[in-house]
Design a protein. Structure first.
Length: 320
């Protein structure tokens, strides 16, 4: 923290025209440094930041605990933690701008309308994709002469992501490619702790809990399906707009990616039992999810359909 308080920055205008909400000249110069590090050294990161700027988002620093930043769509503001290092903030800036880009591409920020199986896929894939963009920018900054600060900051936070990306490179300093981006994406799924944090936030609170909240219309929940192919084709895109998951468009259907905490499955059963008794549509998709440690090593769409068919038959019988 002390380093950021005493660090001086060049007096440059931002290369990407974000609106800046700063209370000092030094604050403006710091913002410009974060933006220009990306713009100068990472084509991937630059394309993501440009989308957010064109959508009218502004940047603001504030002290916060527990994270490096977040995006608020209601105020069109990306908040960054002023106490964090520049390395962490640059990666966070790219990450949050990617969420804005995902939303621009038609992906909603709320997940309650989706059946639970697809809410699992979507919530995780969005975060994995945002971290992939952060890792891609950090890597390009490093190999293009912008230094290791961003890469080292991300390695400290998410070592499996940077390890995966580097191991997929054909040689040291190789240009970023789809194989490397896929490896970074897969690295996110190796952090069970962070996955469970998002389970609690998105699945338990937003989807299942939200469907039981009297302030919400329960008919707005669990009514939409979206395939892995549709998801990755919509937002797993490189700087040129090509899908970096091409060749494995059904990647989100892999059973290992559909494991959740047992409490999620238990809550889904209770919630949908109550929905059946109330005459509402019951979501049987959760039957194709697995408790942690129980997913088969080999499985595919055929197995998934079989599980859902069995669940649908069970539901039909219980409703008689």
């Amino acid at each position: 923290m002390a380093e950021n308080q005493t660090k001086t920055y060049a007096d440059r205008a931002p290369e990407i025209p974000f609106k800046l909400k700063s209370f000092s000249k030094e604050g403006e110069k710091r913002f410009a440094h974060l933006i220009n590090t990306v713009a100068d050294y990472s084509a991937t990161g630059k394309s993501v930041l440009e989308t957010a700027a064109n959508e009218g988002y502004q940047l603001q620093m504030m002290l916060m605990g527990g994270n490096y930043g977040f995006v608020c769509p209601e105020t069109k503001t990306i908040y960054l933690n002023s106490a964090a290092s520049d390395g962490h903030l640059i990666e966070t800036l790219v990450h949050e701008c990617r969420h804005i880009q995902q939303h621009k591409n038609g992906i909603p920020s709320e997940h309650g309308e989706f059946v639970l199986r697809d809410a699992v896929k979507l919530s995780r894939a969005k975060e994995a994709d945002a971290e992939t963009m952060g890792a891609s920018a950090a890597y390009e900054i490093m190999i293009n002469g912008g230094g290791r600060e961003v890469w080292d900051a991300l390695t400290e936070k998410a070592p499996k992501i940077t390890e995966g990306l580097l191991n997929a490179a054909e040689r040291e300093g190789a240009p970023l490619n789809h194989k490397m981006m896929q490896a970074a994406f897969d690295g996110w799924y190796q952090n069970r702790e962070i996955m469970q944090i998002y389970e609690d936030s998105y699945l338990v609170t937003q989807c299942l809990g939200g469907s039981c909240d009297s302030r919400n219309n329960p008919r707005d929940y669990f009514k939409r399906e979206m395939s892995s192919k549709e998801m990755v084709s919509a937002f797993c895109l490189d700087a040129s707009g090509k899908c970096y998951q091409s060749g494995r468009l059904n990647v989100l259907d892999e059973p290992e990616r559909l494991q959740v905490q047992q409490k999620v499955l238990d809550m889904a059963e209770r919630v949908n039992g109550n929905r059946r008794q109330s005459g509402l549509n019951a979501d049987v998709s959760y039957h194709s999810l697995y408790a942690w440690g129980t997913a088969p090593k080999n499985g595919g769409k055929g197995a998934d359909k079989a599980v859902l068919s069995a669940a649908a038959a069970k539901l039909k019988g219980s409703s008689r």
